[in-house]
Design a binder for this molecule. Structure first.
Ligand code: KIV
Length: 297
């Protein structure tokens, strides 16, 4: 009996290949870690593209990181569509997932399908994401049946964080862990192509992995998921708000941005900026004529 080797199409940063649902599934089978990051505008999308990530999520975390809301709850579909369309314009090859905001999909299958269609038609998404199991699994099924791929999200689900006792790790008792397991399995059964595990014990995630055939993307769920996602502003150190324990900061971009803007302010106040290299010239004769003309006005 010969073993069939798992091969994926090689990905290089110089010549990236569009990410598709079959390629994502193949990555899981081949145990190749899947890289997902959030983005909220054209430049952050271009950064994700240039860095060669596999999946870009326009997360409703953008409500806090770029729109300044105190939570993800207030953000509207219209606001999310503006952010998502900007990301679409900066992205070529990663799979683009749009986050359905709170209140835009829970009421009925019809509402869920109509909102998901807007993310595909108006913002160019490849897929949408929604939070929780329970009735959300029914909504996911309806969206999938309408032809739009869906990513699920269990564990800490920020849209309903108040009901979960705040922004805290989930599934830390046997009962709660079984609840997360039931939600994840319901979402898989509903046809989700992938699922996010947020803020659950690594040991719980590890136990769940053999039950899930679809790629699992973790954030604060330990090292055993099929991939990882981080919020762009946490990763780069841009956001000044609360940074969760699971968010690794790879840079202090905010510090560098404040220093650069402070440097500019000091140069303006010190009359060092703009220098001659930032100014436009005019021919001497034209200037003399202009001065003459002005004197006659
Ligand atoms: O909104 C978001 O950024 C998310 C990720 C944390 C998965 O849902």
């Amino acid at each position: 009996m010969s073993a069939t080797p798992h091969t994926t199409v090689p990905q290089t940063l110089d010549d990236p290949i569009p990410m598709t649902l079959p390629r994502l599934a193949e990555k899981k089978r081949a145990a190749e870690p899947i890289v997902m990051v959030t983005a909220y505008d054209y430049p952050s999308a271009q950064v994700a593209q240039a860095a060669g990530v596999d999946v870009v999520l326009v997360g409703d975390s953008g409500a806090m990181t770029v729109l300044g809301y105190p939570s993800t709850v207030p953000v509207s579909v219209e606001e999310m569509l503006v952010l998502t369309a900007a990301v679409r314009r900066g992205l070529e090859t990663p799979l683009l997932v749009g986050d359905l905001p709170f209140g835009s999909y829970e009421a009925s299958d019809e509402q869920a399908v109509a909102t998901a269609q807007r993310f595909v038609k108006e913002a160019g998404c490849d897929a949408v994401k929604l939070e929780r199991g329970g009735t959300s699994a029914d909504r996911a099924r309806a969206i999938v049946q309408s032809g739009i791929p869906v990513m699920g999200h269990v564990g800490l689900t920020p849209q309903t964080a108040t009901a979960l006792g705040g922004y805290r790790a989930q599934a830390r008792t046997s009962d709660r862990a079984l609840g997360v397991a039931a939600d994840a399995l319901a979402l898989q059964e509903a046809g989700c192509f992938s699922i996010v595990f947020e803020a659950i014990p690594a040991a719980v995630a590890r136990e769940l992995m053999p039950l899930l055939d679809i790629p699992v993307i973790g954030i604060g769920a330990g090292p055993d998921t099929d991939g990882q996602v981080l919020v762009f502003h946490d990763l780069l150190g841009i956001y000044d708000g609360h940074v969760p324990r699971f968010a690794k900061r790879y840079h202090d971009l905010r510090g560098e941005m404040v220093a650069a803007v402070g440097h500019y302010a000091a140069e303006v106040r010190g009359r060092e900026f703009p220098g001659p290299e930032h100014a436009y010239s005019i021919d001497e004769r034209e200037l003399a004529e202009f001065q003459l003309g002005l004197s006659r006005m």
